[in-house]
Design a binder for this molecule. Structure first.
Ligand SMILES: [Zn+2]
Length: 277
């Protein structure tokens, strides 16, 4: 099977112009991922792209099979994942076009399977599949460093750190929810960052997100709140430079042999109870 070392979860705008892209369909014990994987080369690295919402954007955030997505990436050899996403800004200074690389995350989702370790006894009668992993720092420090440096090199001064709050969606926040998120000191709000990050950790993968602010959230402005059209417009206006930065991040990520961040050791010495691909 074709292989890759780095995974990028994002829309088709990120890979559609690459030459020599191989489409690979991957089935997983958790069902079908959002779409095929699209394998290509970027900056001398083998990359697997996965359209998070499927081609044609038919999957809303709460219907995405996050487990299948992460499992599929790992099964083609991916060990480092970049998961850029569109977010709303919770502070007036984080207006549309802001690039923020969070270092923290708050889970406000309600109905998503967020673990591979759900206690099922394996068919061979081995121990139940239970594991509690540390998640104090949800993002890869090496990936964050590469993301910040790549953005700066492209003169897109990023916000270094902040908290991404992930809501269930698909609706946007009420004004009260949004004001509350802002009052808690959180920075940006999105719908896909969880459980992507934790599932990556559970498979021993590095995960880094870069958030692109497409709008100010309802509590951060006096206007009517967010519209979906507004989000798409700002995303389209920034997709070229986001892709350019992402490709530089891909090229700058450590080689597998040099990977020594905490996420790469997350499963060291643990009995996971599942056979990792
Ligand atoms: Zn890492």
């Amino acid at each position: 099977m074709a292989n890759a070392e780095i995974g990028v979860i994002g829309g088709s705008g990120l890979y559609s112009f690459l030459e020599d892209v191989t489409e690979v369909r991957v089935d997983t014990p958790y069902g079908q991922p959002s779409d095929s994987l699209f394998l290509g080369e970027v900056g001398g690295r083998r990359v697997a792209f996965l359209p998070r919402h499927g081609r044609g954007h038919h999957l809303p955030p709460h219907r995405i099979n996050y487990r299948a997505n992460m499992w599929a990436l790992r099964s083609v050899g991916v060990r480092q994942v970049l998961g850029p996403c569109a977010v709303g800004g919770l502070r007036p200074e984080y207006g549309p076009g802001t690039l923020l690389v969070p270092d923290q995350m708050v889970d406000r989702t309600k109905a998503r399977t967020q673990t591979f370790y759900d206690g099922e006894t394996r068919a061979d009668g081995a121990e139940p599949n239970v594991l509690h992993l540390g998640f104090a720092d949800p993002y890869c420090p090496e990936g964050r460093r590469a993301a910040l440096a790549a953005a700066r090199a492209k003169s897109w001064e990023p916000v270094d750190g902040g908290t991404l709050v992930v809501i269930e969606g698909p609706r946007f926040s009420t004004r009260a929810e949004s004001r509350w998120h802002a009052a808690m000191g959180w920075s940006v709000v999105g719908m896909t960052g969880h459980p992507e990050a934790v599932l990556a950790r559970e498979l021993g993968l590095c995960y880094t997100t870069m958030t692109l602010v497409t709008d100010l959230d309802a509590g951060a402005e006096a206007g009517e709140g967010v519209s979906h059209g507004e989000v798409l417009e700002v995303f389209a206006a920034n997709v070229d430079r986001l892709r350019a930065v992402l490709f530089d991040v891909v090229a700058a990520l450590p080689a597998e042999a040099d990977r020594d961040c905490p996420c790469s050791h997350a499963l060291d010495g643990l009995k996971t109870g599942i056979e990792l691909p």
